[in-house]
Design a protein around this ligand. Structure first.
Ligand code: SF4
Length: 364
């Protein structure tokens, strides 16, 4: 794709782009607002721009590069979008409506190079990193699908970088997208409303600790000792728990009052969910003087993954043990399981259930 992708440009970059078109800087502001605030995904809709300029823009630039392949609607209101990039690779996004806010879970990569054994995305391998523009587009599309282009959203939007991919292996693009989306004259989703999840890319955790205006951090643990974590999350062989938790401790020390570090712990029946695992996990976090809360996530089953979710009683017992040792733990309710939209289920698949047909929708 040769055309400039305007959705991934900051205001400064758009100003430079306007210069190449011999247009004044205010055109850049107009374009930024049209794309990021009014969420228009075609030049034709930008009727406040001269027709001649719109025609030139159409020749040299693009706004929308993702094509919607399928859209799935869960019985709990969650929506999953399966897109194709301009080079025909899958990208997935999940929209989760809640009473007081919406959450959009975006993907940072097409596929994922990490090999977490409980995650369907791992089976795709890495296809490629998504660009900042492709990340921003996912959010614009999801908001437009829920409320219509240009319509003020009734609730705040939280973003979570927990879709396909390891965000910290595509750090620059993810951080750039977060900066673009934070602009008050654009989407205006501030970093404080964004959480990025990592499987444990230690150097990037340390780098994030030095950045102001950063998203919240979630670290996926999935195991209470190295032996088990090596098996479930092979990235642990590169950055074992000792290094990961030291980095988390330093990150925690850098937190400002409104910032958060959380741990995610996927609950796999008879694999990592015993009372002994709970005690081991609590002792581990206490040893590193970590105060972050732990989110317990019942595994979301998906063929052909060899795991089953822990029973609610088991999860509760695990949670109680953590709490009894001073570790705050919460049980996360899975959303969108029936359309393969829940954590670890994104793998560019069509939903298996016959009663959830892809909704007919024009391409994005
Ligand atoms: S859990 Fe996350 S990091 Fe691990 S394979 Fe899946 S998408 Fe990649």
């Amino acid at each position: 794709m040769q055309s400039a992708h305007l959705t991934g440009m900051s205001q400064a970059e758009l100003t430079d782009f306007a210069v190449t078109l011999t247009e004044p800087p205010f055109r850049a502001r107009q374009l930024f607002s049209a794309i990021q605030h009014r969420r228009l995904l075609s030049f034709a809709e930008m009727t406040d721009l001269p027709q001649e300029l719109r025609a030139r823009l159409g020749e040299q630039a693009v706004i929308s590069t993702l094509t919607l392949e399928s859209r799935y609607l869960s019985s709990d209101g969650t929506r999953r979008y399966l897109f194709r990039t301009h080079d025909q690779l899958p990208a997935e996004t999940v929209f989760i409506p809640e009473e007081r806010r919406d959450t959009i879970c975006f993907s940072s990569q097409s596929g994922c190079p990490l090999q977490c054994t409980f995650c369907l995305t791992a089976q795709l391998g890495l296809l490629r990193n998504l660009t900042a523009g492709e990340i921003v587009e996912q959010i614009i599309f999801a908001r437009n699908d829920a409320y219509g282009a240009g319509v003020e959203t009734p609730r705040g939007t939280n973003l979570v970088g927990m879709g396909a991919g390891e965000p910290f292996l595509n750090f620059e693009a993810v951080m750039k997208a977060i900066r673009i989306m934070a602009e008050p004259s654009g989407l205006y989703i501030v970093p404080n409303r964004v959480t990025v999840s990592t499987a444990g890319v230690v150097p990037r955790i340390r780098e994030l600790a030095t950045i102001t205006d950063r998203p919240h951090l979630a670290v996926s643990l999935a195991a209470s000792n190295d032996e088990l974590r090596n098996e479930l999350m092979p990235i642990n062989k590169k950055w074992p728990l000792r290094e990961l938790l030291s980095a988390c401790r330093d990150f925690e020390k850098s937190l400002k009052p409104n910032e958060r570090l959380t741990f995610e712990y996927v609950m796999l029946k008879s694999v990592n969910d015993t009372d002994e695992h709970a005690r081991q996990l609590a002792n581990l976090l206490n040893r590193y003087e970590l105060h972050a809360k732990v989110n317990l996530i019942p595994h979301n089953p998906a063929e052909p993954l060899p795991y089953h979710p822990s029973s609610p009683d088991r999860v509760e017992s695990f949670r109680r043990i953590l709490e009894s040792k001073g570790v705050h733990a919460f049980v996360r309710k899975p959303r969108g399981r029936d359309i393969l939209a829940a954590c670890g289920q994104l793998a560019a698949r069509r939903a298996p259930r016959a009663d959830i047909e892809p909704l007919a929708i024009a391409s994005g």
